[in-house]
Design a protein around this ligand. Sequence first.
Ligand SMILES: Cc1cc2nc3c(=O)[nH]c(=O)nc-3n(C[C@H](O)[C@H](O)[C@H](O)COP(=O)(O)OP(=O)(O)OC[C@H]3O[C@@H](n4cnc5c(N)ncnc54)[C@H](O)[C@@H]3O)c2cc1C
Length: 377
Amino acid sequence: MVTLVNSSDTLIEAASGTWEVLVIGAGTAGCAAAATLLNDGYRTLIVERSAFPRAKVCGGCLAPAGADGLHQCGLGPALSRSNPRSVDRIEIVTRGFSATLPLPAYRVIDRSKLDRNLIERVQQLGGTFVDSTSATVRADDSVVLTRGTERTVLTPGAIVVADGLHGTALSHRREFDWVVEAGSHVGIGAIVDAFDGPATDDRVRMFTSAAGYLGIAPLAGGASVLAAALDPAAVRTLGRSGLLHRMLDESGVRSEALDGIRWQGVSHLRRHRRRAAGGRVLVLGDAMRYIEPFTGEGMSWGIHCAIRMAPFVRDLLEGRPVGPSWHRSCATLLRRRHLTCRLVGATIRRPRLLKPLLRLGRTRPIGRWMSRKVCWN
Ligand SMILES: Cc1cc2nc3c(=O)[nH]c(=O)nc-3n(C[C@H](O)[C@H](O)[C@H](O)COP(=O)(O)OP(=O)(O)OC[C@H]3O[C@@H](n4cnc5c(N)ncnc54)[C@H](O)[C@@H]3O)c2cc1C
């Protein structure tokens, strides 16, 4: 457990505060929301189901837009403290063919470190944080908090649900049910200290195939972040290791260490909620919608929606229902990004289409143009 200023020792103590806003989930989206709302003077409690710091399935590549967003909401110091490694190249490999393209300076980070530093910064901004605490939003918008044997009920003025793809906060609210898209990949990730495989220290490497992709990104200090999105049918047929080995084999690469990795997994990635707001609830980040990790911008999507949150929270606190306007605001912000991400996702599943595009991208001006179009600068 992280013990810091403003960290509540017991749940009862946390519950005794009068909270204008409760943020559920202390990932990048929840922390950005908390910081934004604290900057506007709202009394904010953040609850997190895991004991912090916790691991998170993520490629750890923060797009320039995401880094700007963290600075905008006052979380810049947390990013700097996380020892980010800048990379400005990506090598995309498909069936033995490889092309290295320029990237607008992405930062590679270990999510457990980043998220710990973010929540510490949120606490410095005046937020109160309780970890190892699971929140469940009831039909009347009261929230049950459970931590070990302790249990308490809160009725905050506004509830920001940023509990990610495997969140449980809305499991009793059918109107927020997930809609999972057909053909959705599943995700896995790990941080590996010494990887004998195709890691490099100056670029992100992406191994792609019709059945998914594996990304390898260098962290400062020598470790590598591995993250993959895989076709669940291919995983069932070949097994996780079998599929990953096949993807590397196709490019003439071998790794003994691959079999010993302790992967963490997440289920179907392409999905959204039936609604993003209702009662006193606003849904944010992966908990609202997720598509594909290839363009490395899921963190940035949640951060930038969080930055737009304050007027919607104010409406709720002043008794005005939010309705579909919250979803519209996020959809307008992210429409082009989501479309780009879908197009890229569809292209990389088709090596025959991808190869000629990569060949073009090897020409410097075209590679730079592609990178500007695909990445969120
Ligand atoms: C394979 C893969 C690779 C990726 N690579 C990248 C990348 O390179 N770059 C990038 O920007 N994005 C990447 N992403 C996406 C990125 O990880 C997510 O978009 C981002 O973490 C979403 O942040 P979040 O705050 O919405 O959710 P999360 O970071 O998942 O945080 C949600 C938190 O809520 C907590 N929680 C859940 N339920 C409850 C509850 N009931 N009560 C209290 N707390 C609860 C969880 O413990 C968790 O800590 C990747 C995703 C995958 C799957």
